[in-house]
Design a protein around this ligand. Structure first.
Ligand code: NAI
Ligand code: OAA
Length: 341
């Protein structure tokens, strides 16, 4: 029995992600919550002939003083909670520009999870991921329920893009689903660090210098490509739903006891005996969060992998990521820790 919950389920990511979770054979119950339209999306999905039960929930009316029973019902008994709630970018914006609105949304949802489903695995999609994951952690710490093994920043889309773009460079799109390229760091611009030297399918030796630089740049700024093409109508939704559902499916398989599953994720390093400190040494900075491939077990993250052997050019990229990452982490932590004036 697996209950999956989507918070922000009526949105551009939320709807296709909920569809993909509805057809996941391991999911037996699917709860959809949004501030609008969630019951309609749930009834629509409930007609799909797969075994899971689907229900949709709304908050109470805006000015009501009622407790949010809809959110509580959605979260009760949750095993996996995926959060794509929040506003997306428009052209000219950075992911950090979303902090103003999304930080509060994520804080409030995290508070509800901490009080209603503190043992759930929490998968954070809402941007800026580099800050929203620390926000969830700090809320959980305040409620004394923080388990770093169960909190994941979803960076899968960077890895999906890297596979796709490398396959394009190799001139064989049929390879794209079998290519793996570790992407480490964080989830915005220069904090996205593809380790092309560790690609399962090496690039041709003729592919060097500026060709590598522009491939790295395309992976780092793949999100901008979509924002620009959508021209004001939002950011990646369908590819993100695909990536989020793949990620959730792997977490669910691990919970159900499957071994040997490794996923990329932006995770807390400090509380991980297995690999956190070693990764910090590899990075060369005392960062509390970083994205790296992590090995999953039934209780979540079992081991965080290090950077492995990287090239001097990749070291430059890692170093370039550190300042922005540290600032984004601090921003998220202070948002919860700073006393309200
Ligand atoms: N981690 C990643 O790789 C990616 C992250 N994103 C991020 O995902 C987020 C969602 O993007 P879209 O689905 O395109 O946006 P959207 O605007 O289409 O959908 C967001 C949904 O969240 C809902 N929502 C707002 N406040 C809420 C609250 N307090 N509780 C529950 N639901 C609430 C809205 O009603 C809406 O249905 C954005 O922050 C975006 O930047 C987008 C793509 C990739
Ligand atoms: O670009 C954005 O704002 C959405 C996102 O995180 C991505 O597509 O990687």
């Amino acid at each position: 029995m697996v209950k999956a919950v989507v918070l922000g389920a009526a949105g551009g990511i939320g709807q296709p992600l909920s569809l993909l979770l509805k057809i996941n054979p391991h999911v037996t119950e699917l709860a959809l919550y949004d501030i609008v339209n969630a019951p309609g999306v749930a009834v629509d999905l409930s007609h799909i002939a797969t075994p899971s039960k689907v229900e949709g929930f709304l908050p109470p009316p805006k000015d009501s003083k009622e407790p949010n029973v809809g959110l509580e019902k959605a979260l009760t008994g949750a095993d996996v909670v995926v959060i794509p709630a929040g506003v997306p970018r428009k052209p000219g914006m950075t992911r950090d520009d979303l902090f103003k609105i999304n930080a509060g949304i994520v804080r409030d949802l995290a508070t509800a999870i901490a009080t209603t489903a503190p043992k759930a695995f929490v998968l954070v999609i809402s941007n800026p991921v580099n800050s929203t994951v620390p926000i969830v952690a700090e809320v959980f710490k305040k409620h004394n329920v923080f388990d770093p093994k169960r909190l994941f920043g979803v960076t899968t889309l960077d890895v999906v893009r890297a596979s796709t773009f490398v396959a394009e460079v190799l001139g064989d799109r049929s390879l794209s689903s079998s290519i793996t390229v570790p992407v480490v760091g964080g989830h915005s611009g220069v904090t996205i660090v593809p380790l092309l030297s560790q690609s399962s399918h090496p690039l041709p030796s003729s592919f060097d210098g500026s060709a590598v630089d522009s491939l790295v740049n395309r992976i780092q700024f793949g999100g901008d490509e979509v924002v620009k093409a959508k021209d004001g109508a939002g950011s990646a939704t369908l590819s993100m739903a695909y990536a989020g559902a793949e990620f959730a499916a792997k977490v669910i398989r691990a919970i159900k006891g499957e071994r040997g599953i490794t996923v990329p994720s932006y995770v807390n390093l400090t509380a991980h005996p297995e690999g956190g400190e070693a990764l910090r040494k590899d990075i060369g900075k005392e960062l509390d969060y970083f994205s790296s491939p992590v090995e999953l077990g039934p209780n979540g993250v079992e081991k965080i992998n290090g950077l492995g052997t990287i090239t001097p050019a990749e070291r430059v990229l890692v170093n370039a990521a550190l300042t922005e990452l540290a600032a984004s982490i601090d921003k998220g932590v202070s948002f919860i820790q700073a006393p309200k004036l």
